[in-house]
Design a protein around this ligand. Structure first.
Ligand code: FAD
Length: 327
């Protein structure tokens, strides 16, 4: 089913640059829709370092990345942005003042201008190369845990050896029927206290450490997972009863369809005119980490400034004869 919308500006990417673009556009009377491939706003700040303090935002001597994003969302809220999350922008058709943006969920948005705030590209989970994985995704296979209650009394298999795998194994061992952690090494990479706790729970029989093993195959009935098959380097196989598989292999980024739109690219970045944030395509602007020009500094505050440049350029594009009066 296709859903159609119409707005002034479509912003691709809900990282800090995309979120501040909503505010800058809003101040100039421009309405925005924002698309992100992640299921949450915040870009790298939330996906990679939500609890890291940031020290180089003007007038904020120290702010946690997740708080910065919460503030940006609040600052943008009065302008009623519409967020389309968990979907990638797959196409841009049309021309200046009459674009149609299509997403991977068949959403179509008509807009007069486009701001690409795509950072290093679409973020998505690093998926294990397993046959029929898509069949179980969203039903038995999840790449993030929103609420651990969803997994109460279930057989949960976690794959991975980093912080997410360790922390969720510990947490889910309190509610799940069983928790197995599949990791290709016998050493885990995480905070030492958490690794110690993981081993202690394994000794108490509350977590089964399946090491050194790798995911091999999934078996189920229809789209309901029943068994995760793992194998070691000598191809010895084990079958683990499973209702849920949680692969925690980190995030991958890809420029994806952006690279096919005829934009002037320079090493996976979009070249812009620094003064206007314009790309080589009329009506399409780029800001933040994805935008480049000589001596570009990749910082959040640079993206903020570029968002302002882009918003002012778009206002002149849409209302060429109207003078700007700030009130
Ligand atoms: P991003 O934050 O990368 O967001 C881009 C978003 O666009 C992503 O969510 C992505 O999924 C989405 N996207 C891309 N393509 C598509 C598509 N086709 N369809 C849909 N969605 C798409 N900077 C600082 O200023 N100070 C710091 O202290 C600091 N610390 C950092 C620490 C770490 C560990 C890292 C990794 C970076 C740090 N940075 C810091 C850099 C800062 O995070 C980036 O400069 C900033 O996130 C760039 O913001 P952005 O909005 O341009 O892109």
């Amino acid at each position: 089913m296709t859903t159609n919308f119409e707005t002034d500006v479509v912003i691709i990417g809900a990282g800090p640059s995309g979120l501040f673009s909503i505010f800058e556009c809003g101040m100039l009377g421009l309405k925005c829709h924002v698309v992100d491939s992640l299921d949450h706003i915040g870009g790298q700040c939330i996906a990679l370092y939500p609890e890291k303090p940031i020290y180089d935002i003007p007038a904020l001597p120290e702010i946690m990345a997740s708080d910065l994003i919460a503030n940006l969302e609040k600052q943008a809220a009065p302008f009623d942005p519409v967020y389309h999350l968990s979907q990638q922008v797959t196409g841009i058709a049309g021309q200046v003042n009459d674009f149609t943006i299509t997403t991977s969920k068949s959403v179509k948005i008509k807009a007069k201008a486009v701001i690409i705030a795509g950072g290093t590209g679409s973020f998505g989970p690093q998926k294990p190369p397993l046959a029929n994985l898509e069949l179980y995704e969203g039903k038995s296979v999840f790449y993030a845990v929103r609420s651990r209650e969803k997994f109460r009394d279930m057989n949960v298999v976690i794959a991975g050896g980093g912080d997410s795998a360790i922390d969720w194994a510990i947490s889910l061992s309190e509610v799940a029927k069983s928790v197995s952690v599949v990791h290709r090494r016998d050493k885990f990479r995480g905070a030492q206290a958490s690794v110690d706790k993981l081993h202690a729970l394994a000794e108490q029989g509350k977590i089964d450490l399946v090491v050194p093993y790798q995911l091999q195959a999934l078996e189920g009935e229809g789209d309901t997972l029943k068994t995760v098959i793992v194998s070691d380097l000598d191809h010895n196989q084990k079958e683990i009863p499973a209702d849920i598989l949680l692969p925690f292999f980190g995030l991958s980024t890809s420029l994806g369809p952006l690279s096919d739109w005829g934009l002037g690219l320079n090493k996976n970045h979009i070249e812009i005119d620094q003064a206007t944030a314009k790309t080589n395509l009329d009506g399409i602007y780029a800001v933040g980490d994805m935008a480049t020009y000589p001596h570009k500094v990749k910082l959040i505050l640079t993206g903020f400034a570029e968002a302002a440049q882009a918003a002012h350029s778009i206002r002149s594009q849409i209302f060429p004869d109207e003078e700007l009066h700030f009130e």
